[in-house]
Design a protein around this ligand. Structure first.
Ligand code: 2AM
Length: 569
């Protein structure tokens, strides 16, 4: 449940350093909102229990106050390959670094969030946990490492955290003066949220790029990118440009059928699990992850299939091979490749709960009213054993007008247009990363913002992959878009990416930044965002006449000011 609690930001009344003693501090680092949600929940419960609490986003945490903490809880996520969330970067560096103070007398506990299909599962939580102990702080209780089925681990951890806080701290009443109030900003919690989604009607579903059709054997666009429009009418839901839409997907019925057939299980059989009884088909279609594979299921299936090959993959020295398997396989691949018998009950218990998928919203309500638009890459490919899909993207791509889909809004406070419309913005969004920038440009146009808008977009081919081509060209013509630089990677012998365009126009980029521009990056996290980051550093070094370290300081400073924001996945 959403609390109406706001985060004490850097602008909130500063706590008096010497009086942090009888207060609980909850700090979160969150990329997609899960860590934030849990931290808010914990802070609200502690506050309801009469304890003094302050809740801070990691980048608003005054690190000089670390050594004065009595009880500190960190709720932090790990991104893909072992990186912190953008908001926790500074805090993680500080705690890991040489300037971190001795922390004798500080009690703490860490809840890590992550995705066990990556080898560096919950690495940031683990690193902070170990380092705080090294600095002399006392671990109040064991770290939790929550996987995508977050609640399994976060539930007990939060309970323990609350109990520990009650034991350690005196109620706040006697210490009111020392408490930083949690300022409510949202007057009422929205009716619809993650745990109570809105059934939104699909009102538009069109292909954005042409699939190969030409008899002349022209470039084959093997990708199916969709422009999806959903109605939020009567939902009470509102969003800001930069926010994401959460969708509770269901698995493709053909995939559920394939699992049932492979395991020779009856889809109509009633299965009871965790206090709920549903037909197996419904468990698999609506409640369990089938399109993602994680280590725990591989381990269970290794036992069910008595497979030496799978058991070998689970050995510590095989982690690279296991990671490779996890990244290119689904549950069905494992079941089909390694014969093993499962009962319906065991299967439901072993599979992870289905989790919502987030899509950056590609529209502004100032332009589209009670609609939300999405740019969706339909994941569909032929594997050795048959056709495979991504759950949410396949559901969206195959949805017909009039169908209703369970959705909610996930706010993304770190990816916001400048409050001052006269600021310039630079938007770097290759592939479907362009989505939020369509919303940005719509919003600035509706506001009559005077700042300039510069978009850098890239994709394989001009002819087939120029997403929203006519809209961008119209926006250029009408003056809503001021610069458009394109990187079609496969239209020439050598690859051209958005970061190459950044370097080519490094001088202008630097001038824009010096002039107060805000920078945004959206799209692929593992390769693109890292390469773009490096290109930004290089451009700043070259055109700002700075050394590598000074360029890094410059970019860090932009990030601190909220002028370098990323929405990468
Ligand atoms: P490629 O697939 O031709 O290599 C959207 O996916 C676009 O991003 C594609 O044109 C893709 O090019 C490109 N891309 C791939 N790797 C990238 C990287 N490291 N940095 C920037 N763009 C990249």
């Amino acid at each position: 449940a959403r609390s109406g609690l706001a985060v004490a930001t850097a602008a909130a009344p500063a706590a008096v350093e010497s009086k942090t003693g009888e207060r609980l501090t909850v700090v979160y680092g969150s990329q997609t909102g899960n860590a934030k949600r849990l931290a808010e929940q914990l802070a609200a419960q502690a506050e309801a229990a009469g304890l003094g609490v302050r809740l801070l986003r990691a980048d608003a945490y005054p690190t000089r106050e670390l050594k004065g903490e009595r009880l500190l809880y960190l709720v932090v996520s790990t991104q893909g390959d072992g990186d912190p969330s953008d908001d926790a970067r500074g805090l993680v560096d500080f705690i890991a670094g040489k300037r971190a103070p001795e922390l004798k007398g500080v009690h703490y506990a860490v809840l890590g969030l992550g995705d066990s299909s990556y080898p560096q599962f919950c690495a940031i939580g683990a690193r902070l946990d170990a380092r705080l102990a090294e600095l002399g702080a006392t671990r109040a209780f064991a770290r939790g490492d929550a996987d995508l089925d977050i609640e399994t681990v976060s539930g007990p951890w939060l309970q323990q955290a609350l109990a520990q806080a009650k034991d350690t701290l005196k109620p706040a009443a006697a210490h009111l003066a020392t408490v930083t109030p949690l300022r409510p900003i949202a007057p009422a919690a929205p009716t619809h949220h993650r745990d109570a989604p809105f059934a939104a009607e699909l009102i538009g579903n069109r292909r954005l790029i042409a699939r190969a059709s030409s008899a002349r054997g022209a470039v084959a666009a093997d990708k199916d990118i969709r422009h999806i429009e959903l109605s939020l009418e009567d939902s009470g839901l509102h969003y800001q440009p930069g926010d994401a839409l959460g969708l509770w997907p269901r698995n493709p019925p053909a995939l559920v059928q394939a699992v049932l057939e492979t395991l020779q299980l009856d889809g109509d059989a009633a299965v009871a699990h965790a206090g709920q009884t549903l037909p197996l088909r419904q468990w698999l279609g609506e409640k369990r992850e089938l399109t993602k594979l994680a280590r725990p299921f591989v381990a269970s299936h290794a036992a069910h299939a008595r497979s030496d090959e799978l058991n070998r993959l689970l050995a510590p020295d095989q982690s690279a091979s296991l990671a490779e398997l996890l990244s290119r396989s689904q549950v069905i691949d494992l079941l089909q490749r390694y014969d093993g018998a499962w009962s319906a009950e065991e299967l439901v218990a072993a599979l992870r709960p289905l989790t919502p998928r987030l899509y950056s919203i590609a529209s502004s309500q100032k332009a589209v009213g009670e609609e939300a638009h999405l740019t969706v890459a339909h994941v569909e490919y032929e594997s050795e054993l048959g056709l495979r899909w991504g759950a949410a993207s396949h559901q969206l791509a195959s949805a017909e007008e009039g169908e209703r889909l369970p959705v909610f809004i996930e706010a993304n406070e770190r990816f916001r247009l400048p409050a001052d419309g006269s600021r310039d913005i630079v938007m770097i969004g290759p592939g479907t990363g362009v989505a939020p920038f369509r919303g940005f440009v719509q919003d600035r146009a509706a506001d009559g913002a005077s700042g300039r808008n510069w978009l850098l977009f890239g994709n394989p081919h001009f002819r087939t992959d120029f997403l929203y081509q006519t809209e961008w060209q119209a926006a250029l013509k009408s003056g809503q878009l001021h610069r458009l630089d394109l990187a079609f990677s496969r239209d020439q012998a050598h690859k051209v990416y958005v970061q190459h365009r950044l370097r080519e126009h490094g001088r202008e980029l630097y001038d824009w930044l010096q002039n107060g521009a805000h920078l945004y990056v959206c799209g692929d996290a593992t390769r693109m965002a890292k390469d773009v980051h490096a290109a930004l550093l290089a451009a700043i070094a070259e055109h700002g006449g700075r050394g590598a370290e000074a360029a890094e300081d410059y970019l860090n400073d932009l990030q601190q000011q909220g002028r370098y924001a990323r929405d990468v996945y």
